[in-house]
Design a protein around this ligand. Structure first.
Ligand code: GDP
Ligand code: IMO
Ligand code: MG
Length: 422
């Protein structure tokens, strides 16, 4: 069998959680391959909304295996909170959630370092989620991070103390006073390790290859979005992992030859949380309307999301990098009362028109916009593609024509049921 990859094609929060939940019945295994609690994946069913951070969005389907892959970074305290919330709902995640032995651990001091480094950057800060993502991946690549497998090692405490001691030295250099907050964070961390230990730790590369060899289907769930990718996002305003399709193979231990479909999630407009370039950002009432009607506030941090028009330059770039075959288009219902809807088709940089996504994050970009007539109709209860308003179908056809990818799923609301398959 092949592995399908589902990921965000913009700056995150495209609706990955919802679409993974909806797609899960078609797969045997759902696996997260990168990121950590910086992610906030929302899904809704039976009138209840859930937000997942580290746990894959297939977890509500009890008969499906969910895997936290080696490319993920785990904060045990946040993991414990997530597990407790699921248990409260009557689920038993120990029965269908497996954790990679190779996944790295976010230590309390990683979170403090994240805060200290952001504070030091001042107005140039990345706008990180302050979950310790950057410092944890930094330790991973520097080859002194701690992994899930280490929890079971006899010298865990010594290694924890050694790494934490080096972090404390760095915090002192940043003039960051950790004395009051750290003891409680460490207590939570150490307690939460007991919750983590209740789960089966696996060599996910063996496990996943076995699944594929035994005709089981796997869906890889991305976090963040392509434009936050460490290599291809608007560096340095990116996250510290590979959010792109290539990241799924390194983050799960599968060969690229196993690739099946790449499904890209696209919001019908754009949002971004944190700093960095956002060429189609709207600073006017329209931006405010998108934020309000789309409830564009971070699922992890609660921060208001920056809002703007759909950006085809960035989208085509993301489709190229990921080899996207199919698009799931979300949140067009948010623009139901818009008279006019714009799409950015090119950038003007230094008086020159370009269709390329610039490498320099300081480039001053003016978006070239094309206007579409809005559908001005509530689409949130529509169940079939044929019933969609003609103006919306034209919007979809334009995206398909420009990107060469088929819009195979149209999401018209946060609930599982508000999904149209073509
Ligand atoms: P993710 O990080 O990609 O999983 O996305 P988030 O969960 O952070 O943000 C997406 C938000 O939009 C969540 O509040 C979802 O419940 C909501 N959502 C998802 N799809 C749709 C849709 O088609 N229409 C509307 N109105 N909301 C949606
Ligand atoms: P999901 O999976 C949106 C952004 C942060 C910041 C930058 C770096 O829910 O789509 P980090 O904490 O990773 O060091 O922050 O990346 N960011 C996200 N934005 N959705 C996310 O995840 C994000 N995860 C990180 O806001 O700009
Ligand atoms: Mg999110």
């Amino acid at each position: 069998m092949k592995i399908d990859i589902l990921l965000g094609l913009q700056w995150g929060d495209e609706g990955k959680g919802k679409i993974v939940d909806v797609m899960t019945p078609r797969y045997d295994v759902i696996a997260r391959f990168q990121g950590g609690p910086n992610a906030g994946h929302s899904l809704e069913f039976n009138g209840i909304k859930h937000v997942l951070h580290i746990i894959p969005s297939g977890i509500f389907h009890r008969e499906k295996i969910n895997i936290i892959g080696n490319g993920v970074v785990i904060d045990p305290a946040i993991f414990e909170e997530e597990i407790n919330a699921l248990v409260k709902m009557g689920l038993d995640p120990t029965s269908n959630l497996l954790i990679s032995k190779k996944a790295h651990l976010i230590l309390p001091t990683h979170k403090l370092l994240d805060a200290a480094q952001e504070a030091k950057k001042g107005k140039n800060k990345i706008g990180s989620t302050l979950k310790g993502i950057g410092p944890t991946y930094t330790d991973k690549t520097a080859r002194h991070g701690m992994r899930v497998v280490d929890i079971l090692a006899p010298d865990f405490t010594e290694r924890y103390n050694a790494l934490t001691a080096s972090h404390k030295e760095m915090l002192k250099m940043y003039d960051f006073d950790y004395s009051e907050v750290l003891p409680k964070m460490e207590l939570n961390f150490l307690n939460a390790l007991n919750t983590l230990k209740k789960f089966k730790f696996i060599d996910n590369e063996y496990e996943l290859n076995d699944y594929l060899n035994n005709e089981k289907s796997v869906l890889a769930e991305g976090a963040q979005g392509t434009l936050l990718d460490l290599e291809f996002g608007s560096y340095p305003f990116v996250t510290s992992s590979n959010t792109i399709a290539a990241g799924a193979f390194a983050g799960l231990g599968l060969a690229p030859s196993h690739i099946g479909k790449v499904i890209g999630i696209v919001k019908a407009y754009c949002t971004r949380v944190g700093s960095g370039p956002f060429p189609t950002e709207l600073f006017d009432e329209t931006g405010e309307t998108l934020r309000k009607q789309g409830n564009e506030f971070g699922a992890t941090t609660g921060r208001p999301r920056r809002c703007g028009w759909l950006d085809l330059v960035a989208l085509k770039y993301a489709i190229m990098i990921n080899g996207v075959n199919e698009i799931a288009l979300t949140k067009a219902d948010v623009m139901s009362n818009f008279e006019t809807i714009n799409i950015c088709t090119a950038y003007k940089v230094n008086d020159e028109i370009t269709s390329r996504f610039p490498t320099d994050s300081n480039a001053v970009i003016e978006p070239v916009l094309t206007s579409f007539k809005g559908w001005q109709q509530d689409i949130s209860n529509i169940k079939t593609y044929d019933e969609l308003p003609v103006e919306f179908k034209m919007y979809i056809q334009y995206i398909e024509k420009e990107t060469g990818a088929k819009v195979s799923i149209v999401s018209v609301g946060p609930d599982r049921e508000a999904t149209i398959f073509r």
